[in-house]
Ligand binder design. Sequence first.
Ligand code: ADP
Ligand code: MG
Length: 319
Amino acid sequence: SELISQIAAGEVIERPASVVKELVENSVDAGAMNIEVRVDGGGLKRIVVTDDGCGIPKEELPLALKRHATSKIRNLLDLENVATLGFRGEALASIDSVSAVTIQSRATGSERAWELSEGELVPSAGPQQGTRIEVRDLFYKTPARRKFMKSEATENAHVVAQLHRVALANPAVRFVLYQNGRQTFDLEAVETQDERIVALMPRAFEGGYRSVDREESGMRLTGLVGLPTLSKPKGDAQYLFVNGRFVRDRTCAHAVRQAYQDVLHGQAQPLYCLFLTVPAAEVDVNVHPTKTEVRFRNTQRIHSFVDRAVGETLAPPRT
Ligand code: ADP
Ligand code: MG
């Protein structure tokens, strides 16, 4: 029912930035190389995400808005693999239950684009290839939640932060953002993760940085760690991704802090953008996927690996 959908939506869709996250991640999943995001009124008025991905075939368009409809689980093995990535087939249905959604899409190999709006499927003029999803009047059906929204500036800041995270994890994709019709961000595609990190966090790494790449018994740590800088770095400069997902994690944060302390003796505050990859079995899948937390099976193992990897990267090479 609509009520159940709206309650479920509350779990996934907290604010406009959550919509942007879900739509942009779908675009990435669809293999898009170019993703354009338009946000009006902090996203409460309108959010439009356009991509050049594989598109949605006409017959699958009505399904896309149904709960538990996903094209991403082909078999049971898949189900185990995606379990860490998110509740499947919930996002679009949730968004649709608390806003007005229009989807236009032209699937690869399809003759033309189709549009789904208010349950009607009609031929559409665009896009040429890929998908355009427009979300209007977010939370107009749930005024109680709308009341919790902060100022337009605050919602915009959340949108940008959310987009930065997806962009950091997907360097080969170009991201463009318009806020109230004004282009505020054009992030070109780059070859490496490190290039994308520097492009997004130039201030944090202006004092210099080292590139991390360590591997140990199935675990891998990549990304950048900042070296001591004279000026106080501005902005959010502590990013951690676990298996491609942005998280806040005390264990890893502590391990990085400890490595900085051991090697640089408090001369530098930890500045980092790190990507930790661990076997799926090392991560507890029962933590809610839209929340920015993770639970490791063996915390000590992760801590000691991250501590060592960052420490060895920061330490001056022995001669
Ligand atoms: P999920 O991503 O978990 O499958 P969603 O509710 O986010 O669930 O999306 C439902 C389905 O709609 C996806 O499985 C996919 O088939 C389709 N879809 C959504 N957005 C896009 C997009 N931008 N390009 C191609 N297909 C999409
Ligand atoms: Mg999705």
